[in-house]
Every structure is written in C-alpha cells, then in structure tokens.
Ligand binder design. Structure first.
Ligand code: NAI
Ligand code: ENO
Length: 286
C-alpha cells in the first residue's frame, strides 16, 4: 500500500494511474501538482486527487512515490526543481513515451537520488487528454515497460513494479535504447503518418466535404491524429534519431510502391501487401 502518491501532471495518464490505484485500494492519498488551474479543479472535483498543491516542495512532502506524468518537454525542468526536495527512500518514476531523453535528464539533475528513479512507460493511452479523459481501466491487461538503471536500488524497482501491477498492468523490463527503437516503429512513426495524412487531406480540400465519404478504415487509421499536438511534438523531438532513421527507411519503401504503381507492377504491390497482411494477422489473429 502506498500511503501518499504524488502525481506531477494530472492529465490522461497521471489521472488514470491515480484512479486505478484508488480503485484497487493500493493508495491512501493522492496529491496532485498540476500547472493548469482548470485541470487542477477538475481533478479535485472528479476525485482523481485528494489534494492539489501549487508549490512543488509541498506536493512532494511525505510522498512515498512520485510520478512524473507531464509531456516530455517538461520532464527536465521538473527533475531540476524537485531534486532539492527528494528524501531518501522516496521512489520516483515517470510515464514518458521516450526513455533515453528522460534518463539523460534524470542523470543530469538528480545526483545521487538517481538510485530511486525508475523509468517507466505504460503502453496504453487514447487520443484524448486532460483529467476528464482519465479512467481507472486504462492500464488493465496492457503492458507497462520499465527500463531500470544499473544504479537503481532493487527495492525502488520493486515498488514501481508493484504499483503498476496494482493498476492492472503487466510489467516488463527492457533497456531504454531498445525501448526507443521499438516504440519509434510501433507508436511514433504511426502517429506521424496519421498526422501528416490528415493534414494533407485538410490542405487539399475542406475536411467536412471529403471526410463524409471516409469509411471505417480511415477512421481507424486517423484516430491517433486527434492526439495532443504538444505531447506528440515532444515525443518526436525526444526520439528524433530512431524516428529519423525509420522515416528514411519508410520513404524508401514508399518510393518502391510509387515505382511499382508507375510501372503497373501489380506483382510487386501484391507481394508487399501480402507480406504486411501475414505479419499483422499472425500477431492479432493468432
Ligand atoms: N497520451 C497517451 O496516450 C500516452 C502518453 N504517455 C506519456 O504520458 C505523459 C503525459 O501525457 P498525457 O497524460 O497524455 O498528457 P495530458 O496533456 O493529458 O496530461 C499532461 C498534464 O501535465 C500538465 N503539465 C504540463 N506541464 C506541467 C508542469 N511543468 N507541471 C505540472 N503540470 C504540468 C498538463 O497541464 C496536463 O494536465 C507524456 O510524457 C506522454 O509521453 C504515455 C503513454 C500513453
Ligand atoms: O491512442 C492510442 O492508441 C495510442 O497509441 C496511445 C499511446 C500514446 C502514446 C504512448 O506512449 C502509448 C500509447
């Protein structure tokens, strides 16, 4: 049982974690540190947090576990501001979608307290944001990736592992470098593609005219283009190297498709489409 949890950034992910832990009885009290006054009030009225603090030192006081749940661009500043207020045995974790940049910032700012910072990333979310979008089931049966550091105190890793387990998630551990490479492919590039396609369609015609003719496939593919632009700007910048490498690769593959179309090469198109269908079916329909 966590006696006091401090959530920095009470939006979709921070809010959902607080609700999940409250529902399972895994936390006694949740303190919220949230920069947006409207979100602060909403999180209180929805019962996501028990107390809102506008002073970071006050928010951290007496917390057993601190969770950074702000967009990636805000992580380094928070590490810097929180460092003087961290007490021994206070466990700190984050939910950022990129791990290398968060680990670099934590190492730069936390000094010896790095032993109790355990990087994390729930592989669950939606295209919505803010406390009103939070719900207690979000992490049920979803994976949470931890990328523990060699410096970590084993007890700190165990505390974070137990917290996510109590929120309903399955916890796995991998390295932060591998995490960032894999997530560039299964999450970051797909979001970029969805944003770019919807932007392109919006530029060439009035969306209300053209989207009325879209079927379910377009709705499925484009849903993530409704995600928060700040959150996604930060993710792309934080993971720019793996994302750029993959984008180059993707451009080359698109060029191959373009050439096949230009030459009426149906065999090539069918070969690519069949390989993709087999890979997806094997994973989802197994
Ligand atoms: N959206 C998603 O589906 C997922 C997001 N993540 C990660 O979770 C983190 C949060 O994302 P969301 O919950 O989606 O965003 P969100 O926009 O719903 O929540 C972020 C909250 O942090 C607050 N905030 C921003 N800067 C702050 C600061 N310096 N101090 C205090 N509060 C601050 C915002 O006002 C907002 O309420 C991001 O790092 C993102 O990469 C991880 C998994 C899934
Ligand atoms: O909306 C969706 O389906 C997502 O893909 C949510 C999501 C967004 C960011 C993450 O780091 C993890 C999951």
């Amino acid at each position: 049982m966590i006696q006091r949890l401090c959530v920095l950034g009470v939006g979709l992910i921070g809010g959902s974690l607080a609700l999940a832990l409250k529902r399972s009885g895994a936390v006694s009290e949740v303190i919220g540190y949230e920069k947006d006054p409207l979100y602060r009030a909403k999180a209180l009225s929805l019962g996501i947090i028990d107390r809102a603090e506008v002073c970071l030192a006050e928010a951290l006081r007496g917390a057993e576990v601190v969770v950074l749940a702000v967009p990636l661009g805000g992580m380094e500043g928070l590490f810097q501001q929180m460092a003087p207020h961290l007490k021994p045995e206070m466990v700190v974790t984050d939910v950022g979608s990129v791990k290398g940049s968060v680990v670099t910032a934590a190492r730069a700012e936390l000094g010896t307290r790095i032993v109790d910072f355990v990087p994390g990333h729930p592989i669950a979310g939606t295209e919505k944001s803010g406390p009103e979008a939070a719900f207690s089931d979000l992490f049920c049966l979803h994976k949470v990736i931890l990328t523990p550091l060699p410096e970590n105190r084993p007890g700190a890793v165990e505390t974070v592992r137990r917290m996510w387990h109590q929120a309903g998630a399955e916890v796995v551990e991998i390295s932060s470098a591998y995490h960032d490479q894999v997530l560039a492919g299964v999450s970051h590039l797909p979001h970029v593609l969805a944003f770019v396609l919807v932007d392109l369609l919006a530029k060439v015609g009035e969306p209300q005219d053209t989207l009325q003719f879209a079927a379910g496939g377009f709705r499925d593919f484009s849903r993530i283009a409704s995600s928060d632009p700040t959150v996604w700007r930060d993710i792309c910048l934080a993971n720019r190297e793996p994302l750029l490498a993959l984008l180059d690769h993707f451009e080359a593959e698109l060029h191959t498709v373009g050439e096949a179309l230009r030459h009426g090469d149906g065999g090539k198109l069918a070969e690519i489409f069949a390989r993709a269908k087999a890979a997806r079916d094997t994973h989802y329909n197994a």
